[in-house]
Design a protein around this ligand. Structure first.
Ligand code: ADP
Length: 160
């Protein structure tokens, strides 16, 4: 069985992430979408909220599991039975960041390969960073988030 781990911050999960998973399901039997816990980073959404949002985004996709981990990504991948890491690429900036990370992961775990999917034009402009700005100033979230994630965030943060 081909299992891929899609690691990230998912602060919050966006339609860009969903697009990568949807296409990844054409390549893999199962995808584990998981939050890498980083206590040194500041997030808009708590870990519990981000996990809940992953559930809302992927709950109706039977071949997708969600989770969170506090260990090396390669070790978590092994624990999940994943032989592949899945990542999305939007730009040269993404590539410059991803290249050394995939090399170090290969160094740590030679049997693990990273598969990159380029964004489609429909979602290339979407990033969690931009979505966080829109949320901060209560802008329109249509077309940026999975509908259930949008509803959750609007209910929680858009009442004034
Ligand atoms: P990280 O902090 O690990 O970059 P993110 O949640 O920001 O976590 O992103 C997780 C993965 O999803 C990364 O590989 C990122 O490039 C990818 N990604 C995010 N948004 C998009 C998008 N709009 N199109 C394609 N890939 C995306």
């Amino acid at each position: 069985m081909r299992i891929a781990l899609f690691p990230g911050s998912f602060d919050p999960v966006t339609l860009g992430h969903v697009e990568i998973v949807r296409r990844g399901l054409e390549l893999f039997d199962e995808i584990v979408v998981a939050i890498g816990i980083n206590v040194h980073k500041q997030y808009l959404f708590s870990l519990e909220e981000r996990i809940q949002l992953l559930g809302l985004a992927f709950g109706d996709m039977p071949r997708v599991r969600t989770g969170a981990y506090d260990q090396l990504t390669v070790d978590y991948a092994k624990a999940c039975g994943a032989r592949f890491l899945l990542r999305g690429l939007r730009s040269g900036t993404d590539l410059a960041y991803e290249q050394p990370v995939s090399q170090i992961n290969r160094h740590l775990s030679p049997e693990l390969d990273t598969v990159f999917l380029h964004s489609y034009p429909e979602t290339i402009h979407i990033s969690s960073t931009i979505v966080r700005e829109v949320i901060k100033y209560k802008g329109r979230l249509d077309g940026l988030l999975p509908p259930k994630v949008q509803a959750f965030i609007e209910a929680k943060r858009y009442q004034s």
